[in-house]
Design a protein around this ligand. Structure first.
Ligand code: DX5
Ligand code: ZN
Length: 215
């Protein structure tokens, strides 16, 4: 059976105990840490910036999967790279120059990803498939944790899998992921599942992770 990686989103963690939350998901089997950055402009919510990324960098060896829901983005990329991001994803829908941003991410030695909103046509990703390392398929409208998984995501994963034609690009599904939909995502070709509330809002992170990605 195909297995996916799991990237807990710290957006649903207890911020007053962030160090122990990060250590707890690492111990529970997380493969990377998903960090949601929001600017109150591209999305209707504000979260955190590079200083938070820097402050937890020394607390874990997990790769940092930084999801930037911000526009403009170029002026902040270096800060996130220096703060400890390993993968930096930007949104396909921003007005800022995506090609320049991706080039900058790579020039800093980091992996680059593009996130695609639920209402964005999948073929808009085509101009970028030879220069990116990851595609985040949003399974909720970006901005908040705890929303319901949008069912149409499964067919989108299959479409994008076809579009990339075997290229080495990780497909990540982000938003509302729970054991109810995770297997369908994996069967459709998803490599990484992001999960916030379905891990951090439970009593056993280890059990929740196993229930999402399989025992
Ligand atoms: C939504 C974020 C997601 C979110 C996931 O804008 O990009 O990463 O925090 O949280 P859940 O799993 O609760 O939907
Ligand atoms: Zn995210």
């Amino acid at each position: 059976m195909q297995k996916a990686k799991i990237a807990p989103s710290i957006l649903s963690a207890d911020f007053s105990n962030l160090e122990s939350e990060v250590r707890a998901v690492e111990k529970a089997g997380a493969n990377m840490l998903h960090i949601d950055v929001m600017d109150g402009h591209f999305v209707d919510n504000i979260t955190f910036g590079p200083s938070l990324v820097r402050s937890i960098r020394s607390k874990t060896t997990l790769p940092f999967d930084v999801h930037l829901m911000i526009d403009p983005v170029q002026m902040y990329i270096k800060d996130f790279a220096e703060a400890g991001a390993d993968i930096i994803s930007i949104h396909l829908e921003i007005k800022d120059d995506l090609f320049k941003a991706i080039e900058l991410i790579h020039s800093l030695g980091k992996k680059a990803g593009i996130a695609v909103n639920p209402d964005t046509e999948t073929n808009k990703i085509l101009p970028f498939i030879d220069i990116i390392d990851q595609i985040i398929i949003m399974s909720v409208y970006p901005g908040f944790a705890g929303q319901s998984f949008i069912e149409g995501t499964i067919s989108k994963v299959k479409e994008i899998k076809d579009l990339i034609r075997g290229r080495e690009i990780d497909i990540e599904v982000d938003g509302g992921v729970s054991p109810l939909c995770s297997q369908d995502c994996i069967d459709a070709g998803c490599d990484i599942l992001v999960a916030g509330s379905s891990i951090f809002n439970t009593d056993s992170y280890e059990l929740s992770i196993k229930e999402i990605i399989g025992f």
